[in-house]
Design a protein around this ligand. Structure first.
Ligand code: ATP
Length: 388
């Protein structure tokens, strides 16, 4: 986190982050985040998030306190920062306003091969020790071995085709297994096909970050297991692509409603980013209204913690895990109460400050609908005023 100098441009500190991708030679890439909040409630100096290096971060806050909005502020700023590329996991469909910053909104497709064989039974809701579960595990492993054999020139079974769900079902049909197991496995694979997220020919995950504009993966309305598969494929895909040198930019994965992804198929990939993502340059920011449902490692590995208001004891306990010897007093007592305000704990500078998150430059799609704002209500109000 940086204090941004007053001489660095309009908009309270830096150039409009949506405007361009100019590099300021005097300052490392920085995302305009907001301004310090003085004790009397007035706005102080502008603050920005360092985007030069990779980070692990969390954004906490009870419902309606501004988490998604804050994630959108980061996405806007990162989309305008050279050398980085934000990818937003959008389970509620509230980030399509990022189109106004040149972003794209995608209904994601991932390759079945992006999910490792051992994760398939869990993905399909099957016990891996059951007949159908172990059959699915085996056919996925065989299908991956067959495509690997082509790459390695091995003499074992070969397939030029990347595994598809239909191909996996063919393998199930042909397997030496009890009929009931084959039928159950095929039914579960048919269900997975109906989610519409698996495509053997889906573009590689590295394509999501090829140009640096915000990419929003719209997961609204798709089943939880399918959303988890997408998050796993994207998180792991970005990590592997950086390790293999396929991506030049530093990707930032911004996950809204992150608690939903830590108890299923996506969990290992998110933990990999938390614990090892910074080495190859992949950042992860997890936003959640239920910090208590995140694993402790999300807090212990985060070097940036942004917390809007919290009240539930379990969530405050998770926040307390971020208390460090360099911070005086408890964090809970320092949480601000207004929407859009947050306590920011920055491990790099070993500081905690109250910040007012800046306003978005693009429309925000979140916020709860209000009866008083419906056409029915405003129409009724106009009617009750009556003719004059
Ligand atoms: N920094 C801010 N500046 C101005 N308005 C804000 C700010 N942060 C949040 N808001 C307003 O507060 C409303 C709620 O914010 P947001 O949708 O981000 O909450 P949330 O914590 O993500 O809620 P939920 O948990 O229900 O998803 C938004 O509609 C937005 O208008």
């Amino acid at each position: 986190m940086y204090v941004l100098g007053r001489d660095s441009g309009p908009d309270g500190g830096v150039e409009n982050p949506c405007a361009d991708k100019k590099i300021d030679a005097d300052r490392p890439p920085t995302v305009r985040f907001g301004s310090f909040l003085a004790r009397d409630g007035s706005a102080g100096a502008a603050v920005g998030v360092d985007a030069d290096g990779p980070h692990a971060g969390v954004v906490f806050g009870k419902r309606g306190t501004g988490k998604s909005y804050t994630l959108g502020v980061l996405a806007e700023g990162l989309g305008a920062t050279p050398g980085v590329a934000p990818v937003v996991i959008d389970p509620m469909g509230v980030f399509d306003g990022l189109r106004a910053a040149g972003g794209r909104v995608i209904e994601p497709r991932v390759r079945p091969a992006a999910i490792p064989p051992e994760a398939w039974p869990d993905l399909l809701g099957l016990d891996p020790a059951s007949g159908p579960g172990s059959l699915v595990w085996r056919v996925v492993a065989d299908a991956l071995d067959a495509t690997d054999a082509v790459a390695s020139g091995s003499d074992s079974e070969r397939s030029d085709e990347p595994p598809s769900i239909a191909g996996l079902r063919d393998r199930v049909d042909a397997a030496d297994a009890p009929t009931a197991d084959r039928r159950a496995a095929a039914n579960h694979l048919r269900l997975a096909a109906s989610w519409g997220v698996f495509d053997a020919d889906a573009p590689p995950v590295s394509r999501l970050v090829s140009d640096g504009v915000p990419t929003v993966l719209d997961l609204a309305g798709i089943p939880d297991a399918a959303a988890a598969a997408v998050v796993r494929a994207v998180a792991r895909g970005l990590y592997d692509a950086r390790i293999d040198g396929e991506i030049d930019r530093l990707p930032w994965l911004l996950v809204d409603e992150a608690h939903a992804f830590f108890d299923g198929v996506a969990d290992p990939a998110l933990r990999t980013l938390l614990t090892r993502g910074r080495a190859p340059g992949v950042s992860l920011v997890c936003a959640t209204q239920r910090p208590g449902a995140l694993p402790s490692v999300a807090v212990s590995q985060s070097d940036l913690l942004v917390s809007h208001r919290l009240t539930a004891e379990r969530d405050l306990d998770r926040l307390a895990e971020a208390e460090a010897t360099y911070l005086p007093g408890d964090l809970a007592s320092r949480l601000p109460s207004e929407t859009g305000e947050a306590l920011v704990v920055d491990d790099a500078t070993e500081t905690a400050h109250t910040v007012r998150v800046r306003e978005r430059h693009t429309p925000h799609g979140g916020g709860s609908p209000r009866a008083s704002e419906t056409e029915a209500a405003t129409g009724a109000a106009a009617k009750s005023e009556g003719p004059r």
